[in-house]
Design a protein around this ligand. Structure first.
Ligand SMILES: CC(C)(COP(=O)(O)OP(=O)(O)OC[C@H]1O[C@@H](n2cnc3c(N)ncnc32)[C@H](O)[C@@H]1OP(=O)(O)O)[C@@H](O)C(=O)NCCC(=O)NCCS
Length: 160
């Protein structure tokens, strides 16, 4: 499995849980994002060695994942982190460039809202930089409320 991206007309299926045994597929997904998309995803420029360090560290090991797959590759991904202290679960999502603008981002976010806010009874929180217009549109369209300062928007879907 390399850095090739499945063609946009290939079959896609999901959402599926992505176990920690598939962590390499997660890292490859992040490596396949465009530079700007990866910077938006992590709110920072992140290199491949930094990704490898992050997901082998104790902090990286607390994440859980689900996503949409095509030809064995993750084309859309949700990374969830349940924060023990405050009953919140943090979410970050990403979709490979050729697979964007066909509803996968919205499907990932809707699935996360169902699992976290309804099934787990926890608040779902996303940190979205104001420059990330596409993601701001997506969370706003699905009804998130916003707090935080001008640049680091904190968007919340409350538990139901
Ligand atoms: C933000 C991001 C997740 C959106 O993913 P996506 O799969 O493109 O999202 P969607 O397809 O659901 O929606 C995107 C747009 O496509 C449109 N769209 C959805 N289905 C469509 C279809 N079948 N035909 C045409 N347009 C469509 C949506 O209306 C939306 O339009 P808008 O941007 O004008 O509001 C993606 O751009 C990404 O991975 N960005 C980099 C990482 C990132 O910023 N992550 C956020 C950190 S929390």
């Amino acid at each position: 499995m390399g850095l090739e991206v499945p063609p946009r007309d290939a079959a896609v299926f999901g959402p599926v849980s992505i176990p920690r045994t598939r962590l390499l597929s997660v890292i490859l997904h992040y490596a396949k994002l465009d530079g700007e998309d990866r910077a938006h995803r992590f709110n920072a420029r992140v290199t491949l060695p930094a990704l490898l360090r992050r997901y082998s560290s104790p902090e990286g090991r607390s994440s859980t994942f689900f996503g949409f797959m095509s030809q064995g590759a993750i084309v859309a991904l949700a990374e969830l982190n349940a924060m023990a202290a405050n009953g919140e679960t943090e979410l970050a999502i990403s979709v490979l460039a050729p697979w964007q603008n066909r509803g996968l981002g919205e499907a990932v976010l809707r699935t996360a809202i169902g699992r976290v806010c309804h099934d787990d009874g926890r608040d779902l929180v996303l940190h979205v930089n104001a420059q990330n217009k596409r993601m701001v549109r997506l969370v706003t369209r699905l009804g998130a409320t916003r707090d935080g300062d001008q640049t680091d928007g904190r968007y919340i879907f409350p538990r139901t």
